[in-house]
Every structure is written in structure tokens, then in C-alpha cells.
Design a protein around this ligand. Sequence first.
Ligand code: ATP
Ligand code: MG
Ligand code: MG
Ligand code: MG
Length: 561
Amino acid sequence: MRQSKFFMPTLKEAPSDAVAKSHQLMLRGGYIRQVTAGVYAYLPLGYRVLRKAESIIEQEMDRINVPEMIMPHLLPATLWQESGRYKKYGAEMFKLQDRHGRESLLGPTHEETFTEIVAKNLKSYKQMPLALYQIQTKFRDENRPRFGLLRGREFVMLDGYSFAATKDQLDEQFEDQKNAYKRIFNRAGVTVHPVIADSGTMGGKNSTEFQAPAAIGEDTIATNEKGTYAANLEMAKSIDTFKQEPEELKDIEKVATPDCESIEKLSKFLNVPATRIIKSILFIADDKKVLVLIRGDKQINEVKLGHVLDADEVREASAEELIDITGSAKGGVGPVNANWADKIIADETVKNLYNVVVGANETDYQYQNANIDRDFKVDEFADLRTANEGEPDPVDHLPLKFTTSIEVGHIFKLGTYYTDTMGADFLDNNGKAKPVIMGSYGIGVTRMLSAAVEQHLTENGIAWPKEIAPFEIHLIQMKMKDDTQTEIAEKLEKKLSSKYDVLYDDRNERPGVKFNDADLVGAPIRITIGRKASDGIVEVKRPSDDRAVEIDVDDLDAYIN
Ligand code: ATP
Ligand code: MG
Ligand code: MG
Ligand code: MG
């Protein structure tokens, strides 16, 4: 590719509202341009990187025998009403109406679509295990889209779905996917930690996040030095913050008054948008009152907000009743059970503990979602609650280290939530009808590209990992009017292009301009054809090298291999 014909509108300075380094560099390098908040055009450079990431994914999914397909972006509301998520998903869903007034949405994720189109067609256990995936644009009306591709409202996701006849099959599929994900991130040059995670509104129970440590990361993970323990700190942090802010606690007490028995009042009271409000709060005060606040969306109208139970009520309640109270029997928001409540209440040390489970990620309200027993075992929870940097982890008792990080992937064992609610049964080997057991698996492909940049910054640009670099070799001719240079450059272009993706800077620009742009292209190998071309010598530099190395053109092949 000749750079004179390439479209790479570079900027000297990044716009002042671009905070993340990756965002700045992608704008400055002409990888992306914002069209509207959280919505980007991928210019040729950005699109090349995206395509390379996608091709790694395709290869790794092939390797575990998971075929690719594609679902529509435009979905009928009826599909999501069937699963109960049409309301539950909340304000992040882009909704629209067609000319006949039918409600539709732009897919933020595709559990329902895959249940409808795939799970419902699996009639026999013989058709499973099966898994499929797509790489597709997703739409989420994020409250605060930011940091460029890190949090967009339109972004590219790899989403995969597995279908199993038995729990063991699901476990195997989950492991396969987990390993494939590790290979994908590894090949893309993104360092990740698989961590224990919350399941959001996905309705999952068992879930693992892939967290990429980075300065700009919106999450915090706790890891030990051996890598035998890693968890998302969302919960521990929320509790600590709450402890430190008695003012906030007063608010919560007030929430329990009848005044706040509607989401609107609660929203007004807390001064947060109704759609972003508390998911659930379990609150154990000194008088042993247990306050259960529910957002469970679907259940919001059924369960009274601010319903106050005292400890006896909770103790006497059956597990089913409690689940009813929290309105989250299946895959909803934060199942609890009597056992769990009992344990907490009985434990003097946690009597004053406020299990604050608020909001989803990304709220104005700073607390994150995580639920005891769904996301943490009770005894794990005690450790996490008090966890500070340097304290022992609950597994190997090694000192914990906190790191800010980016959630680049998330895999869930969904179980039978969708197939139960939407009715996707198969016949097992005894001829008995059972719901298909599902898993779902996602990577934020465009977010992963930002994560790669965040992890591979140089002083003036990007050092792209080899497999996702927009170009593998950047040939830079210093003087276009120098015939010897042109001759060597064209020869090299021809020869190297048969093996590598080559960008040839054939522009009539000053060396300073060329080198600045080369820093932004970030090719793993940069070959400069300059003064010594007449001696058959070129300069080779990798982004991480301090200085270029002089190489005889004839030795180039061996050197760059
Ligand atoms: P987050 O907590 O950051 O909002 P999420 O938990 O809502 O992410 P999932 O529903 O788990 O996201 O979706 C799977 C993956 O899609 C995430 O792990 C992430 O990498 C990516 N992703 C989610 N939201 C966005 C977004 N707004 N922009 C870019 N990538 C995203
Ligand atoms: Mg998340
Ligand atoms: Mg989210
Ligand atoms: Mg997630």
C-alpha cells in the first residue's frame, strides 16, 4: 500500500476531551473519527486493525470447532418480552418503532436470538454439544460513552453461545471457550487476567471476566503474585466507600420510608436517573432490620420498593419466599436464599455490614453491582470486604495487589434461564424433555483494540503487537527525488509485500512528518531508506528500540525474520 494513496488524516494534537491515551492516539493517527457520542467510523488504519483482530478470533473459533454465523441487528421487542428482558435490560437498550408501530430494538447482545433460532431447533441430545458465534456490531445506549472505543454506544463484539444436553458438556464448552479466549488475547498482545465476576443482567451464575490491566481501566481487580487468585473488587470497594460515607447511609435509611416506594420517588431522592437506580440493597442495621430494595426491572411493579423486613421475618421465610421478595427467582437480579441471610444475620462481625449492591457499572452513582452468593461465596465475601492492598488473598494467602483494568471479555454459564423462559426443550437419552443448557461468551473486539494500545504505548505513539498491527512493515523513503532511494524502496516494496503487509511512505514530506506519522502507524518493523541507500544500506527499527540499526539490503530478509 502506497501511503500517498492511503487515507490517514493525522492530527498534531488530540482534542482536549480525549482523556484516554488510546483514544488520543487513535484520533491523532487517523484510525477512527467520532460521528456522534460513542459512535465511530473506522478509517482505513483502524479498520485494518479491526479486521486482523477478527481474523485471529475466526482462527481460534475454528480451532475449537465453533462455526461463525450472523444474526440481525434489528430485533422485535416480542423476542425480548419472551425472556423478560425487554423491560429488565433498562435504558441501555436502543428502542425504535417501525411504520406499523411495532416495537423493535437494536441488539445489545443476542441470548434471545440464539435461543429462538438455535436452541428451539435442538430436538435431541444427539445434536449437542453445539456452539456458534458471530462478530457483530452491538448497540448500547451507555450513560456515559467515553474513552474512544473503550465504551462506545455502537461497538463490535464477538458473541458466542453454547448449547448442551448435560451440565458436564457445558463445563467442557466453558473450558474450551476460556482457553480459546486466552489464545485470542495472547495473540492480540493483550495481557489479561481471568477473574471471578458479576453477571450483570445476563442472568448468569458462573462467570469469568477477562481483565486487561491498564491505567485507564474502569474496573479494579485484586490479584496475588502467583496469579492463583484474581477477583473483581467492585463489591469490596462499594462497601468500603459506604462505610466511609455516613451521609450516604442516612440516605439509604431514608429510602426505606414509604415516601420512596416508587422508583420515581427513589430516583428523585437519590438524585440519580430512574433507569440507573439501585439494583438491590440488602442492609443490616443495628436493630437487625433487613431492608431489601429491588430494582429487578421486571419485578419493579410487583415488589414494593423499600419493603422492610425484620430479621425474624427473614429467618422464618422459606428460601422460595425470600427469592420472591427479591424478585429474582431465576437468573434475575441477585438471588438470595434463607441460608445466606441467616448466616449474615447470625454473624456478629457483619452485623453492621452494609451489603450495598447498587447500580450497574458506569453509573453516576459510583457503586457497582455484585451480589453475595451469586458472585461470591459468603466466606470469600468476608475476605473481600476487608481486603486492602497487601492483605492475604483467600486462596493462597499471598499479598493482594490492586490494579485498574479493562473488562475485555466475559463468559457465562447461563444454565437454562433462556431455554426455560422461552421454551427450548430437547429429548434426553431416556426420551425425557429437558431445557437446553446454555452458555454465552463475549469479547469487546473494538474495546480490546483500545486495551492493546493502552498496554503498548511508546513515547510518541503505538507499538502494535505483531498480529494486529495495521501494517507489519513500514517502508519509509526519505527523499522522493532520490532515484537510488526510489529504486531500492520499490524493489523492497515488491519483495516484502509478497510476505508481509507493507505500507510504503512515498509521500513528498519532510522526514519529521514521516517519522511522526510512522510512530502513529506503529508497525513492528520500520525500514528507512535514506542517505546510505547508495551503499545498499537501510535502517531498521522496531518501535521499542532506542535507535535504528543499519542493515545491508541483502541481509534484510534474515534480519527481520
Ligand atoms: P461493562 O461492565 O464494561 O459495561 P458489560 O459487562 O456490560 O461491560 P458484557 O455484557 O459482559 O459487557 O459484554 C461482553 C463484552 O463486550 C464486555 O466484556 C466488553 O469487552 C464489551 N463491551 C461491553 N460494553 C461495551 C461498550 N459500551 N463498548 C465497547 N465494548 C463493550
Ligand atoms: Mg461488566
Ligand atoms: Mg455494561
Ligand atoms: Mg460483562
